[in-house]
Design a protein around this ligand. Structure first.
Ligand code: MEV
Length: 424
């Protein structure tokens, strides 16, 4: 499968859908889902509470991705203009040197058990550690299916925390959750171990819940971009200048939390869009990403360097909590179609793809920021939205948008004038 589809953006929605169906070899069900009404309200009522309707997002496909030698079309659902175009552009730049290379540590989630009111917290911690084998056995009794599939609790650690409510002993279970996101599995284990932790510590167990700082479940991606690919189209900035400015942008983010927050937001634009398209828990990934970014003082999740050949080397590292089994994906037919498009075989593969998408998003954003700025790219779709808001009929939307962009007057009052003028 070739993910490079020149002119894809110029096709109409039906034609794009046909191209994707053919390239991704989509099932009839997936094609029908893309053309259908999405989430059935009756189904929606089983997913959340007090449901009164469903909410649609645009579902797009980012092109040009090559990840670990394999071409991939990437489904993205996002309400923000330019995100999908930027991801595709970033992937295209990376493609020239073979695309993205990923590395994933394995699907290990952490559950925490908080014990309070302990007379001898340091000795209690040691008693917990001495009981590691029994605690692991007890945890694994909760999920024999996971154990049969090669997963299960692998490690128990414990710490004494000095809190403003006194010392607490916090036990961590490190659980290999295989291809699941794993939240349910680890929460069940943590709850089941509570009585044992109480008897070992002599205290009271309060919280028993996973940690979204999933630092035993790290995904990394890297790519290399030749400076020629970074040059501005109008020739104003050469590739080496754009490259160096991108390295400067990375340094800025490393030295400044205000900038690091926006830098990381750009990364999450891509990761959240894929996570939303596949109906997964993007809040878990968001929480993990920012907590990981903050582990030694808030920092960017990606880095930009220049290698010995003068190429730009881009890399990213963050926790990714995502699964291919369980979860809500199967409840939402369009998300099922998105998973078929993505075509990942395991949670680790999925995590690697998300890291690559986050990096593509980030590097394309930085390239735009250090050269023409991002407003330029936003303007034509923004102008179309303004034209529609001003009541432009379908056949006039493009013309009104183009006129407003050319006049540098993308405002609703100007759109209304143009609607009146061109409708006469
Ligand atoms: C916009 O949603 C994201 C950016 O602001 C990210 C960045 O500044 O790096 C373009």
């Amino acid at each position: 499968m070739d993910s490079r589809i020149p002119g894809f953006y110029k096709e109409d929605i039906d034609a794009r859908r046909e191209i994707v169906a053919e390239r991704a070899d989509l099932s009839d069900d997936a094609v029908a889902a893309l053309d259908g009404r999405g989430l059935d309200p009756v189904r929606a009522d089983t997913i959340s509470e007090n449901v009164i309707g469903t909410l649609e997002y645009p579902l797009s496909v980012a092109t040009n991705f090559r990840i670990d030698g394999e071409d991939r079309l990437v489904p993205m659902a996002v309400e923000e203009t330019s995100v999908v175009a930027a991801a595709s552009y970033g992937a295209r730049m990376a493609r020239e040197r073979g695309g993205f290379t990923t590395q994933v540590t394995g699907p290990r989630m952490i559950a925490q058990i908080q014990a309070v009111d302990i007379a001898d917290p340091f000795a209690a911690k040691q008693r917990v550690l001495e009981a590691e084998d029994d605690l692991i056995d007890l945890a694994n009794e909760q999920d024999p299916v996971l154990v049969d599939h090669g997963g299960g609790c692998e490690e128990v650690t414990a710490r004494v925390l000095d809190t403003d409510r006194g010392p607490m002993v916090v036990t961590h279970l490190v659980v290999n959750v295989q291809d699941a996101m794993g939240g349910n599995a680890v929460n069940t284990m943590a709850e089941a171990l509570a009585p044992e932790i109480e008897s070992l510590t002599g205290g009271d167990v309060e919280l028993r819940i996973l940690s979204n700082l999933a630092d035993r479940r790290i995904a990394r991606a890297r790519c290399t971009i030749p400076p020629e690919s970074l040059a501005e189209d109008d020739g104003e900035l050469d590739g080496a200048t754009v490259r160096d400015r991108m390295v400067d942008a990375g340094a800025f983010a490393r030295s400044d939390t205000y900038r690091a927050a926006t830098h990381n937001k750009g990364i999450m634009n891509g990761i959240d869009a894929v996570t939303t398209a596949t109906f997964n828990d993007w809040r878990a990934i968001e929480a993990g990403a920012h907590a990981y970014a903050a582990r030694d003082g808030y920092a960017p999740l990606s880095n930009y360097e220049v290698d010995a050949d003068g190429d730009l080397v881009c890399s990213i590292e963050l926790p990714i909590q995502i699964g291919t089994v369980g979860g809500a994906t199967q409840l939402q037919p369009v998300a099922g179609a998105a998973m078929e498009i993505l075509d990942v075989d395991s949670a680790d593969e999925f995590a690697g793809v998300l890291a690559a998408v986050g990096l593509a998003q980030n590097l394309a954003g930085l390239r735009a920021l250090v050269s023409e700025g991002i407003q330029h790219g936003h303007m034509s779709l923004h102008a179309k939205n303004i034209a529609i808001q001003a009541g432009a009929p379908g056949h006039l939307v493009d013309e009104i948008a183009e006129r407003m962009v050319a006049e540098d007057a993308i405002r609703e009052d100007r759109a209304t004038e143009l609607v009146d003028e061109l409708s006469e």
